[in-house]
Design a binder for this molecule. Structure first.
Ligand SMILES: Nc1nc2c(ncn2[C@@H]2O[C@H](COP(=O)(O)OP(=O)(O)O)[C@@H](O)[C@H]2O)c(=O)[nH]1
Ligand SMILES: [Mg+2]
Length: 289
């Protein structure tokens, strides 16, 4: 397996962090959105330096795409660290009752004015979707590409609640290679810099180990195949060919990753709390190529 070292920290993220800091004095509560399929890898490790001691609620988004049992383990894990985490599915609006309960508690502290809440997190984790759903109308801009929400955006839900959407942020250097890979797999990294074939090989190794059934039923392949053979098989089954009848493995790789991201492969989580060993540790311990 080729280990890839992904880093992405464009200048607009530095600017966004400045905007977040400047708005902090207006804010009563922060919602940090992380992807339920990899809450630690998509969580902002520098959040404390960014928001000081403001109250934070951790929103585990895209719960509909994650392995439910593992998401429950994450909620428990965060609770043990003194962090309130709520799993939500923005599309079906599940988990919103809990969220509204939290906001109601806060409203008691700000009776003379609206409670102000800032939503922060990595690109593509669902910040704008959360705001749209809470506001009950489609006013915040939503996009599928990382880094599209460019300017700060306040949204008034009602007299009692105002929300601030922010563009996605990452950090200057990912803790380890596995973190960069998981962020890339979940669509938090600019697509243009990714090598999908390498990325898909890693995803396949993970799926073969933890979710072989999902692969078998989606692509009608035996789980005894190696990852490159699976890409070949997908290309063959779907007629992905480039000129000269050569199999288009790049297209297979993109298909696999897209279908994983959209939940077509099933409910799949990429990490578990306090996992020791395994593929991600192995990847992070390998030297660069
Ligand atoms: N299945 C699913 N998709 C979601 C959820 N939340 C957001 N998305 C999708 O994820 C993509 C990015 O969402 P967006 O709100 O723009 O993320 P942002 O970059 O953090 O503001 C969009 O295609 C959304 O439709 C969710 O809870 N479940
Ligand atoms: Mg957004």
């Amino acid at each position: 397996m080729i280990v890839i070292n992904i880093q992405w920290y464009p200048g607009h993220m530095v600017k966004t962090k400045k905007i977040i800091r400047e708005n902090l004095k207006l804010i009563d509560i922060v919602f940090e959105v992380a992807d339920a399929r990899a809450p630690l890898s998509t969580h902002l490790p520098d959040i404390d330096s960014l928001i000081g001691n403001k109250d934070v609620i951790m929103i585990l988004s895209k719960a509909d795409l994650a392995d439910k049992e593992i998401t429950d383990l994450w909620i428990k894990y965060f609770k043990e660290q003194g962090i309130r985490a709520i799993a939500v599915d923005m599309l079906r609006k599940s988990g919103f009752k809990k969220l509204q309960g939290v906001i109601r508690n806060f409203k008691k502290k700000t009776i003379l004015r609206a409670t102000r809440c800032m939503v922060i997190g990595a690109p593509n984790v669902g910040k704008s979707s959360l705001i749209n759903q809470m506001a009950g109308r489609k006013s915040a801009r939503i996009a599928n590409t990382p880094g599209v929400t460019r300017s700060k955006m306040w949204l008034k839900v009602d007299e009692g609640l105002e929300l601030l959407d922010t563009p996605g942020i990452l950090w200057p250097k990912f803790e380890d290679k596995a973190t960069g890979i998981k962020l890339a797999l979940l669509g938090c990294i600019k697509q243009e810099i990714l090598n999908f074939e390498q990325l898909s090989a890693i995803l396949l190794e993970y799926l073969l180990k933890h979710y072989p059934q999902n692969l078998e039923s989606r692509y009608k392949i035996g789980s005894d195949l190696a990852s490159t053979e699976i890409l070949e098989q997908i290309a063959q089954n779907r007629g992905f060919l480039v000129s000269g009848g050569v199999l288009d493995l790049e297209r297979s790789a993109k298909t696999l990753i897209t279908e994983f991201r959209q939940g077509i492969l099933g409910k799949i989580s990429l990490e578990k709390p306090e996992e020791k060993g395994g593929l991600w540790t192995e990847i992070s311990n390998q030297d660069n190529v």
